[in-house]
Design a protein around this ligand. Structure first.
Ligand SMILES: [Zn+2]
Length: 228
């Protein structure tokens, strides 16, 4: 666990984070079984470790706002749909953030996936974006790779800061966190009337994926509530 907390000092195992999130929901006068939930995390299947939380909520699972990197590519239309699914007299919860692999040897940005003998990058989208920007690739947003184009754009815009960072993988994860938080908050603010009187809890943080035989972690960074 030290190999995780040396990078993310507030990170806790998902099983504990799950309990803390439930307490937070109840603290705001909401009952999880009357809430739907959503995520804005990267599409990478390793993030399905979060899905265990679904058993506490109404509906079959999370509404997925995130595309690759975790940016809420479903946009305002996705949020309006989500808001219209809230149970009568219920509420909504969204867990958001980028993810980062940390393998047992402590290397940030990679992990050992099930059934593989070699480690692979995680978040693959952010790491690929960083490599592309370092290689001097110009911005290209194409219809068949739209989401990665947006990720590359974000990294190009922040490249001066990235270059100065001691650990560029940790830096791009932070940059992604702020971008996801900003976009999600803007979407909620623009569509606040779609919530009616239903409360919405936003929980932001960093998903820390570990080697396949270890429990994943989450570091909560921000909790905000609307209509409470
Ligand atoms: Zn990813």
């Amino acid at each position: 666990m030290q190999y995780i907390t040396k990078h993310y000092s507030e990170a806790e195992p998902l099983s504990l984070v799950e309990k803390n999130i439930l307490k937070e929901i109840e603290k705001h006068g909401m009952r999880p079984e009357q809430c739907i939930w959503g995520t804005s995390v990267c599409s990478d299947e390793v993030n399905n470790s979060l899905d265990g939380m679904s058993r506490h909520f109404a509906a079959p699972g999370p509404f997925r706002f995130g595309g690759i990197s975790g940016i809420p590519f479903t946009g305002k239309t996705g949020f309006r749909a989500f808001a219209s699914h809230i149970p009568d007299d219920g509420g909504a919860v969204i867990v958001f953030g980028p993810h980062i692999g940390i393998s047992k040897n402590g290397t940030a940005g990679e992990l050992m996936r099930e059934g593989q003998a070699e480690s692979s990058t995680c978040c693959g989208s952010l790491v690929a974006g960083l490599e592309s920007v370092k290689a001097g690739n110009v911005l290209m947003i194409s219809h068949d790779d739209y989401q990665q184009g947006q990720v590359n754009k974000l990294l190009i815009e922040n490249y001066e800061d990235i270059k100065k960072a001691d650990n560029q993988i940790l830096k791009i994860t932070d940059i992604a966190y702020h971008q996801i938080k900003r976009e999600l908050t803007d979407i909620v603010s623009a569509c606040i009337e779609n919530l009616g009187n239903s409360p919405l809890l936003l929980i932001g943080g960093i998903v820390i994926n570990t080697d396949a035989d270890q429990e994943d972690f989450f570091e909560i960074r921000d909790i905000s509530v609307f209509n409470s």
